[in-house]
Write a protein of this length. Structure first.
Lengths: 151, 198
């Protein structure tokens, strides 16, 4: 005996997957086709049996673990972002410190001899400078710098 | 003191009116509390799915943990084409598949029977093995003996209440494949549970 043409759609009817017009047609068909009606009863019984299984509930401790787990992910994400940033900052600092240590104010890496006014200033008697209000020291500085600049 | 209770109720009501999509959007903007609300909303339903997919409460808890961690990490990529529930279910299904792969690398056995692992959900008031309890054990056994692909569609449909298109989205397969898998899975269940069917 050939299978009913509606048979393939019984499962979709059971699962609420048919469009309203198709659903109406199927309902009419079910009223007069015992095979399809039996198939539908079978699917309904199966669904009842499966959904009738006891449903376990998540424990309070497991729920707390879920919340905690997400908190750890956030911390890990922050660490993941911060670690390379901190490493980069440390490297920049190290390079700067090395550069400051090596490079002189003139911008060259080679050490230059002190200017005359610097040498003079190093040997100046603090009392003498204080005595003329620092004028002679200022004069030496100007003269020294002028010489350095080729004036 | 008297006004605290109505205020708390109002806050609870307000949190219930916020949709999943709004909560996820808030979480994506950095509101961690919004993501915790999503956990509270969906943990129980997803746990039941996980339990039916992996077969024990301990494994279900692990899979669920990985699911929410995965969701937290991937929420920036959620495009809103499905509901948040379907999106979470998809992550759960992926984590379950991972779980099965890991387990199959270690050993190849069918899911243990609930009663055999002490994980059978509590059937309260059962003093002797009744017909109902026997039937439940048989249904549980039949469900566990399905292939993982067939179990997925049955669990998502019957316990998750998902439509074919939602299942297709969650499983990453065409709707037609969902339908044929579900049909074959139900055929297998019908054969295993024939004695209980009309």
């Amino acid at each position: 005996m050939a299978e009913c043409e509606f048979r393939a759609r019984v499962m979709r009817y059971h699962d609420g997957e048919l469009a309203p017009s198709e659903r109406r047609k199927m309902a009419e068909h079910l009223a007069r086709c015992p095979d399809c009606a039996r198939e539908l009863a079978c699917l309904q019984a199966l669904t009842r049996m499966v959904t009738d299984l006891p449903a376990p509930e998540i424990s309070g401790a497991a729920l707390a673990d879920l919340h905690e787990g997400v908190g750890h992910v956030r911390e890990r994400a922050i660490t993941r972002i911060c670690r390379p940033a901190a490493l980069a900052a440390a490297m920049v600092l190290a390079v700067c410190a090395f550069w400051l240590h090596q490079v002189q104010p003139s911008g060259t890496a080679e050490a230059r001899p002190p200017a005359a006014w610097e040498a003079a200033a190093a040997t100046l008697d603090a009392e003498l400078v204080r005595a003329d209000g620092g004028n002679s020291f200022a004069l030496w500085m100007v003269e020294g710098l002028s010489r350095e600049n080729g004036r | 003191m008297m006004s605290e209770q109505p205020e708390a109720n109002a806050a609870e009501e307000a949190s219930l009116t916020i949709t999943d999509d709004e909560l996820l959007a808030d979480a994506r903007r950095g509101d961690e509390g919004a993501f915790h609300q999503l956990i509270d909303r969906h943990a129980d339903g997803l746990f039941r799915l996980a339990f039916r997919l992996v077969g024990s409460t301990v494994d279900a808890e692990d899979v669920l943990q990985e699911t929410f961690v995965g969701a937290f990490e991937q929420m920036g990529r959620f495009e809103g084409r499905s509901t948040v529930k379907t999106w979470l279910s998809r992550i759960l299904v992926r984590q379950t598949a991972r779980f099965h792969r890991r387990r199959s690398r270690r050993r190849t056995v069918a899911l243990p029977l609930a009663g055999a692992t002490g994980d059978e959900p509590d059937v309260r008031g059962r003093t002797s093995v009744s017909d109902d309890a026997n039937r439940r054990l048989d249904v549980d056994r039949a469900l566990r003996q399905l292939s993982p692909e067939h179990r997925e569609v049955v669990v998502l449909r019957e316990f998750g209440g998902m439509s074919y298109s939602e299942m297709a989205e969650a499983l990453g397969i065409p709707v037609g494949t969902v339908e044929s898998r579900l049909h074959r899975a139900r055929q297998a269940l019908k054969e295993a549970l024939n004695d209980y069917l009309p």
